[in-house]
Structure formats: C-alpha cells, structure tokens
Write a protein that binds this ligand. Structure first.
Ligand code: ATP
Ligand code: MG
Length: 376
C-alpha cells in the first residue's frame, strides 16, 4: 500500500497543503509545534480508526473555521483509489458533521474505510501501552484486530451492549428482586458475545507473538527475551474452540453473580482483559527500563504490521511520529533496515540522519506550511 498524495484544508494548523509522497521513506521535519504530528494524524484517520491522540473530530478543524477536508490518493496491489474525509463543526440540514467518500462515493461511516487503507502508527503516546492500565492494551488489540477483521467491531459493540444490559439488571435487582429470573438469559447472551471477542483476541496474540519476539530480539541484539501473555481468565484460550470459551464465561458469570449483584457491575469478562508484556519473564510495566518499554511497543507495532501483511497481502503504511529521536543509533538502524518495501512517514526535527537512505524525500514544515522538499 502506498500513499501517493495528500491534500489538506483547514486540518488543525494546516490551512492548505498538498504533498506528493515517495514509495520509500518520507521524512517530515521541522521545529516543534509546526504541524508534523498533525499531518501524520491526518493520514492515520483514513484507516477508519479514531485519532491516535484521542482527539475528537471537532478538534481537528482549524481554529476559526467551520470545516476541514483531507483527501488522499493511494494505491494498493490492485488499483489506485481516492478517499476523502470532510468534517463540519456545525451540522445543518444539508451537511453532516462527517462525510466520507471512497472514489467519490459516499460511505456511511469511517469504519467502512477499514479494509481499504492500511496503516500502522507509533508515537510516544503509544508508550501508554506499556506504562498505563489494561484499557490501553485492550484498545491496541481492538484497533489492530479491527483493521484485519472488520466484523470484529460488531462483536465488540454487541458485547458492550449486552454487558450494559446485565449491569443495569444487576443494579435494578435491589428494587425488583423478581428480575433475577431474566438473569440467566442475559448471561447466556453475554457469554456468547464474550466468546466472540476473546476468541479473536486470543488468536491474534498467539499469532503476533513470534513476530514481536523476533523484532525485540533484533532490537536488543539478542540480549533480551520478549514475550506476551493474554490474560482473559481462561488458560490457553487460543487453543479453545469458541463454544468452549462460551461455556467457560457462562460458568464464570454464574459463579460471580452474587458478587456482581453486590457490586452492581460485572466483574469478569473481556472488558477486564489484559495483555502482559514481559521481558526476560518480568512484567515490563513494573520492571522495564525506558528503552526496553519503547522497544517492546515497537516490537508489538511491527508485529501488527506483519499481521496486516499476512492477512490482507497489503503492506501497511508505517507512521513513526517522534520515534527516531528517542532511539539510539543501533536501534534506529535496525528499525530502518526492517522497514524494507514498506512506505514510511517519519517525523523528526531535522532530516540529516536520513541523508544516507537510498530512496527518500524530505518535507520541511513551518507553521502548517510545506516550505521545502528534498529528494535523496
Ligand atoms: P513537535 O515536534 O513538538 O511534536 P509538531 O510539529 O508535531 O511538533 P503538531 O502537534 O503537529 O506539532 O502541531 C501542533 C500545532 O498545531 C500547535 O501549535 C497547535 O496549537 C496547533 N493546532 C492543534 N490543533 C489545532 C487546530 N484545531 N487549529 C489550529 N491549530 C491547531
Ligand atoms: Mg509532534
């Protein structure tokens, strides 16, 4: 997959920009707060996922304007396509808050772009994956799986919906004890929905593990061993058929029912899952150094990339925001050498360290404007 061109209008601090990319390494450089991450974010939004900075659509519209537009031309193995996202601050009868077009045909939602445009992003914000609570790691899994299995979004929504219903019921029981009769039905639904989510997550982790371990080994020059452990309450869930997972959760929901009633919330299930990152068998979150944590996230991201390739046959576009400056020379070289055949967009303050690259182009960004380009 290659991004050929991007045009932005009123996207964050970018009033108007047209950028022609090269198939190899595209270096976006400039001083702080000039619009480098903004440009990266604009590209990422075409994957159909939410902003990797957690921004709301409104925040993407340039201050003092009512709408923003981003358009890309990209090519996959099969053909060249265009995609366009238009966001409006004010929804009127004639305009929707968000309009999406693929080859000039309107789409219902950005999630329909998943399966068309593939990209993997790594920014310092992704360090939360190791450092923060399990919600970040569930989000990583959900976004990564959603990209290769669009149906997964539906499984997740279904689970969330039924979970909410069971939780409401748990709270209502104090006032209406007779409602207990309906609990079993909800638990059966919930177990089925939980199994669909856990089945995908467990298999996904099992499949990215060898790749992530290999990348980590490369980054650490073979000195450290990296592994992942998917924690969903069930042992070796990746080896179980979906129905066994369903039965497991059904039992779990029944077992924890009384405690759940007391707490007014469901205490087990995929909404509590975690993905443990370990280096030399020790949890990275607690014992990893900064460099190890960064390498761990990078390994996960590269494995995500390899997985997209394996499943879709498309090489995702790699977006590396502010990553290079934080890596030592050895790690940086390893990374660049393992990105072959993939189109890369990398942001940094200056482009000097890239001059040695065989095929690349650099773009100098100042106050949201593209002021210079250089081929090397
Ligand atoms: P750094 O090197 O520090 O990471 P950067 O070049 O990546 O910098 P960006 O995050 O891309 O910087 O851009 C930040 C700039 O964009 C800030 O000056 C910010 O105020 C501005 N900005 C963010 N959102 C908007 C918006 N909706 N309208 C106008 N400007 C915005
Ligand atoms: Mg930035």
């Amino acid at each position: 997959m290659k991004l050929e061109r991007i045009e932005l209008t009123n996207f964050r601090n970018i009033e108007s920009m047209e950028l022609e990319a090269v198939p190899g390494v595209n270096v976006i450089h400039g001083e702080n707060a000039q619009g480098k991450t903004n440009l990266t974010e604009a590209i990422w939004l075409f994957t159909g996922a939410k902003s990797f900075r957690g921004a709301k659509d409104r925040e993407l519209i340039r201050f003092g304007t009512d709408s923003c537009k981003s358009k890309i031309c990209f090519s996959s193995a099969l053909r060249s396509q265009t995609a366009e996202i238009i966001l409006s601050a004010k929804e009127t009868a004639g305009t929707k808050a968000k309009e999406i077009f693929l080859n000039d045909i309107p789409l219902e939602s950005t999630s329909e772009l998943a399966g068309q445009f593939y990209s993997v992003v790594f920014s310092p914000a992704h360090l939360s994956l190791v450092r923060e609570g399990p919600a970040f790691r569930r989000k990583f899994l959900d976004t990564a799986i959603g990209q290769i299995l669009p149906r997964y979004e539906h499984y997740l929504r279904e689970y969330q919906k039924i979970l909410l219903q069971r939780n409401t019921l748990l709270k209502d029981l104090a006032r209406f004890p007779q409602l207990i009769d309906t609990m079993e039905v909800w638990e059966e639904h919930l177990a089925k929905a939980a199994a669909a989510v856990v089945f995908c997550r467990a298999r996904y982790v099992a499949r990215i593990l060898p790749q992530a371990a290999q990348v980590y080994e490369g980054i650490s020059a073979g000195k450290e061993r990296f592994t992942l452990r998917y924690l969903c309450g069930m042992e070796k869930a990746e080896e179980q058929p979906k129905d066994e997972i369903r039965k497991f959760f059904l039992k779990e929901f029944q077992r924890t029912r009384n405690a759940d009633i007391e707490r007014g919330a469901t205490l087990c299930g995929p909404h509590r899952d975690d993905l443990e990152l370990l280096v030399n068998e020790m949890p990275m979150r607690l014992y990893g150094s900064q460099g190890q944590q960064r390498s761990g996230v990078l390994a996960l991201k590269m494995a995500e990339c390899a997985m997209v390739e394996e499943v879709t046959g498309e090489t995702p576009i790699v977006l590396l925001d502010d990553v290079m400056s934080e890596l030592d020379a050895g790690r940086r070289d390893y990374l660049l050498n393992h990105l072959e055949n993939r189109q890369v967009f990398v942001t940094c303050c200056d482009d000097e360290s890239f001059y040695g690259l065989k095929s690349g182009k650099s773009f100098l960004i100042q106050s949201g404007n593209l002021v210079d380009t250089k081929l090397f």
